[in-house]
Ligand binder design. Structure first.
Ligand code: SAM
Ligand code: SF4
Length: 323
């Protein structure tokens, strides 16, 4: 079992399979990076899987595939099948922008994928276009529909931003209610790669909008999830991910692996260790030691407050770490 220095059990790994993306979301990657990591520097599926096996053997029970846009990596179903076949009861999930989902949903489901989070920031074609800097709405909505049709459990992620999509919180929520898809609003997290003019809504502001039309009760932070959940009178649950809250890290159970093999203990922590050389050399003991070391060094809290005090913002790119 992996326990960090603050007695938190680490049983969840997020694996970014590529930093590349077919969108240019304003809050994540408004410009194409000066250069992408050359493909030959990325770990192969076999290499990533070698490390995931170690993590599972050490006590990880939940694996989420993310990116960049994970569906840009070819034959992703092959990678999913490797993980599923090793441990069929693993909680195997993916976060995607949904654009390519219609083409691959059935293959991913057949390979063993169980759950999927799709990002939906607007239900208006022009607004979705402005955020992703591409005409994406129809494809995203088709992606959500197809994922549900093939039997994947679907959640929606949405980042409300002032004067961009903050007028659509209720519409997006109603879209989720009508389809029985939980919506999770994510507080915008400042970072140096985002469009600097953006301002996010905090959880109180988001709840204030929802409270104008719905009654709900606070169910608290869900175990093993970053999300604070609320239940409406009709039973529908929605969530808010509140990284600005002081106690956000208290229940953190996750670490992150990038496509290049960096193991990152916290989204807002710059120290990372590479498992690449150990994995390439077949040194399972070495990679296991690195995993234990990274877990041991997991910080108590993200560096949110330090970032605010010094006036600097995070240099950690969401499209590398997978959010
Ligand atoms: N491309 C996939 C997608 O968009 O769902 C997966 C990677 S993306 C980095 C993972 C999640 O991070 C998405 O739900 C996205 O909305 C969220 N995200 C990215 N940048 C963010 C930011 N600055 N603040 C809050 N959430 C962000
Ligand atoms: Fe791509 Fe996802 Fe980042 Fe948008 S949030 S640019 S879809 S990686």
């Amino acid at each position: 079992m992996l326990i960090d220095s603050y007695s938190r059990k680490i049983d969840y790994i997020r694996v970014s399979v590529t930093e590349r993306c077919n969108f240019r979301c304003q809050y994540c990657m408004p410009e194409k990076p000066f250069s992408w990591t050359p493909r030959e520097n990325l770990l192969s599926f076999e290499e990533l899987f070698k490390f995931i096996k170690i993590a599972i053997d050490e006590g990880v029970t939940k694996v989420r595939i993310t990116g960049g846009e994970p569906l840009l990596r070819e034959n992703l179903d092959r990678f999913i099948a490797m993980i599923y076949n090793y441990k069929p009861d693993i909680d195997l999930a993916m976060t995607t922008n949904g654009y390519l989902m219609p083409k691959v949903a059935q293959k991913l489901k057949d390979a063993g994928l169980k759950r999927i989070n799709i990002s939906l920031d607007s239900l208006q074609k022009e607004v979705a276009w402005k955020i992703a800097q591409k005409d994406v709405l129809n494809e995203i909505l088709n992606g959500i529909k197809t994922a549900q049709r093939v039997g994947l459990k679907v959640k929606i992620n949405s980042v409300p931003m002032k004067d961009i999509n903050d007028g659509e919180i209720l519409q997006i929520l109603k879209y989720g209610i009508e389809r029985n898809i939980p919506v999770r609003f994510i507080e915008y997290m400042e970072n140096s790669f985002a469009n600097s003019s953006l301002t996010g809504l905090n959880s109180d502001e988001i709840l204030g909008v929802i409270a104008k039309e719905f009654n709900f009760i606070d169910e608290g932070i869900e175990a093993g999830s970053p999300s604070h959940y609320y239940r409406m009178e009709n039973g529908y649950r929605f969530g808010i991910i509140e990284p600005h809250r002081d106690d956000f890290c208290t229940h953190c159970n996750r670490i992150r692996l990038t496509a290049e093999g960096y193991l990152i203990p916290c989204l807002y922590f710059d120290e990372a260790m590479s498992i690449k050389d150990s994995i390439k050399a077949g040194d399972i003991d070495g990679a296991t030691e690195i995993l234990r070391e990274v877990v041991k060094n997991k910080p108590e809290k993200n560096r949110w407050s330090e970032v605010n005090e010094s006036g600097e913002i995070s240099q950690r790119a969401f499209y590398e770490t997978g959010g």
